[in-house]
Design a protein around this ligand. Structure first.
Ligand code: NAP
Length: 242
């Protein structure tokens, strides 16, 4: 049976690399994005050219109705067998004392409430053998002082969500894991106001460089595949040793 995997935030960055690698590994893929339709169309075109089925749905993961519609659309591919909770945001980088309530709520909304809403839909619909991967962050254990402590705290919640869901869904044959990337070269840093952050951070990374989206996608793809059949409740760090 062909696996059908839902990827949130699949139009760019780690999500787009994951959509491509999952398709190459034999998954049909449905992904959502929030606003960048041109980027989403490019991913769909690239994947369908390889012969796999790929659909993109414009859906905001913080909106329960849109999340339900996203998972309904997965029914068109045969129903979801996998979920990658990836759509995430940071805030403008800066001291904790400058954090606004609006930025705090947005980070909680997308990175926690969005993950819970998607995991809930997946848990309701997935058959035994299904798998969820939550994209966390190395920030969860580093704390991100002076940058975005609130984001780090929410990513730590992602790790706890992963552990709890692995235990609750394990008896149904559904595995739940997380991947915790370090500093990866994507547009998320420009959105936070520091496009050059990956290169500036290189000196503090044992491997001496930021990571690439494909290096995170490889870990996610492995966790969703048969090679990880006894792996659940774990957080796999992909952070160059940091
Ligand atoms: P990115 O390049 O900024 O891409 C974010 C993706 O998520 C885009 O496809 C975006 O769609 C989508 N998105 C954002 N908010 C959404 C929402 N509410 N509903 C639906 N889609 C939404 O980000 P990235 O760097 O690949 O990050 C992916 C994940 O990795 C995030 O969870 C992030 O916290 C985590 N992470 C990243 C790094 C890093 O250094 N890059 C490190 C650790 C963890 P639109 O373009 O349409 O808005």
């Amino acid at each position: 049976m062909t696996p059908v995997t839902v990827v949130t935030g699949g139009s760019r960055g780690i999500g787009a690399a994951t959509v491509r690698q999952l398709a190459a590994a034999g998954h049909d893929v449905l992904f959502c994005y929030r606003s960048d339709t041109a980027a989403a169309d490019t991913v769909v075109r690239d994947v369908t050219a390889t012969g796999r089925r790929c659909l993109a749905v414009r859906a905001d993961t913080t909106n329960p109705d849109q999340v339900e519609r996203l998972f309904d659309a997965a029914g068109e591919l045969g129903g979801p067998t996998g979920l990658v909770n990836n759509a995430g945001v940071t805030s403008p980088i800066g001291p904790f004392t400058d954090l606004t309530v609006a930025d705090l709520r947005h980070v909680v909304d997308v990175n926690l409430i969005g993950y819970v809403l998607c995991a809930q839909q997946a848990a309701r619909r997935m058959p035994p053998g299904g798998a969820i991967v939550n994209v966390s962050s190395g920030a969860a254990t580093l704390g991100s002082p002076g940058e975005y402590v609130h984001y780090a705290a929410v990513k730590a919640a992602t790790d706890t969500l992963t552990i709890g869901l692995a235990k609750e869904l394990g008896p149904r044959g559904i595995r739940v894991n997380a991947v915790a990337p370090g500093i990866i070269r994507t547009e998320i840093h420009a959105s936070a106001g520091q496009p050059d952050r990956p290169d500036r951070a290189a000196a503090a990374i044992p491997l001496g460089r930021p990571g690439e989206p494909d290096e995170v996608a490889a870990a996610i793809t492995w966790l969703l595949g048969p090679g990880a059949s006894y792996t659940t409740g774990t957080v796999l760090r992909v952070a160059g040793g940091r």
